[in-house]
Write a protein that binds this ligand. Structure first.
Ligand code: ADE
Ligand code: ZN
Length: 322
């Protein structure tokens, strides 16, 4: 078996990581207190986030979002999580964040905070950061389109794409066609969460209607052979996530899905999704994956920077990271 030390030292890249899922538990409790935002009951126990199903995890995520209210909160979360990830070899991260979850400050203020945290982490740890602006699908298509307009009105080098997240069963991808068309015209990369909770048709709609460049999660393709063959043939990237232990109810199914996706020949990379919430940075996800999937050195080398094939950074930046 590959040693944890070797795996930790490998340079890593990830494209599927939510900023609001990167608030260390201690900082989350402090911010929530400062602003009087209630966290769900027993959300933090023994210094870790505590939840037993996806919906409860998302409720903590939404509460943490409400507790990030100033540019300096954004900077603190960005810097702390990048420095923690860099200890595990992270060289490149594409953060998603949900501007719609933070009504108390402007889009420009949020970006100012992320940029400050990312620049400090680049200086102190050498890691490179880019940003994907994620549409909260629960708020519907019109709000999603308004958000993309705002992104385009405030161009910022850090922002390389758009995404679509929150509860998959809350809205169909078809509601977001106008938002994705506008983002594509503006040259932004297009990602969307699909096939995480929902069925294969969610993934098909993201490919056919939203014409995404990358599918976040996507496990449901395993359930429909024609869709599976098609995505193996196209090699569209899937940003799969390795769930180490939180929530416990998800772990077994998720591990099986990710191994089946790899075995089927899909173009997948591994990601931490919500590292603080889940309690595992990418290095810990990879150590766990290597153990379960019995990785060889070649596997480890292939997966460590596989995120670069799925990322939206410019070619020169990607070249420097390889
Ligand atoms: N927001 C944060 N993590 C998420 C996930 N795994 N699925 C959907 N929305 C999310
Ligand atoms: Zn996600």
């Amino acid at each position: 078996a590959l040693s944890a030390e070797y795996l930790r030292a490998l340079p890593k890249a990830e494209v599927h990581c939510h900023l609001e899922g990167c608030v260390p538990p201690g900082l989350g409790v402090r911010l929530a207190r400062r602003y009087g935002v209630p966290l769900p009951a027993a959300a933090v126990e023994n210094g870790r986030y505590n939840f037993s199903c996806f919906e409860d995890g998302l409720a903590i995520y939404v509460a943490l979002s409400k507790a990030m209210r100033t540019a300096s909160d954004f900077e603190e979360v960005t810097y702390a999580s990048l420095m923690s990830a860099a200890e595990g070899g992270l060289r490149y991260r594409e953060y998603s964040f949900n501007p719609q979850n933070h009504p108390d400050l402007t889009y420009s203020e949020m970006l100012r905070g992320i940029l400050a945290g990312a620049s400090a982490a680049q200086k102190d740890a050498g890691s490179i950061t880019r940003v994907v602006v994620a549409i909260n699908r629960e708020l519907g298509g019109a709000a999603g389109l308004a958000l993309v307009r705002e992104v385009i009105e405030h161009p910022q080098e850090l922002v390389v794409g758009i995404g679509l997240d929150h509860h998959e069963l809350a809205a169909r991808p078809s509601e977001f066609v106008a938002a994705y068309d506008l983002a594509r015209e503006a040259g932004l990369g297009l990602a969307a969460h699909a096939g995480e909770r929902g069925d294969p048709s969610e993934v098909a709609e993201c490919l056919d209607l939203l014409r995404v460049d990358r599918v976040d999660h996507g496990y449901a393709v395993l359930l429909e052979p024609p869709l599976l063959s098609r995505t193996v043939a196209s090699q569209v990237p899937f940003s799969a996530c390795w769930t180490v232990e939180n929530p416990p109810s998800e772990v077994a199914g998720r591990l099986r899905d990710v191994s089946d996706m790899a075995a089927a020949g899909l173009n997948i990379c591994l990601n931490s999704d919500d590292p603080a919430l889940i309690g595992a940075e990418l290095d810990e996800c990879m150590i766990d994956a290597a153990r379960h999937l019995d990785w060889t050195i070649e596997d480890a080398e292939k997966y460590s920077l596989a995120g670069l094939d799925a990322c939206f950074a410019d070619a020169g930046t990607v070249e420097r990271l390889r």
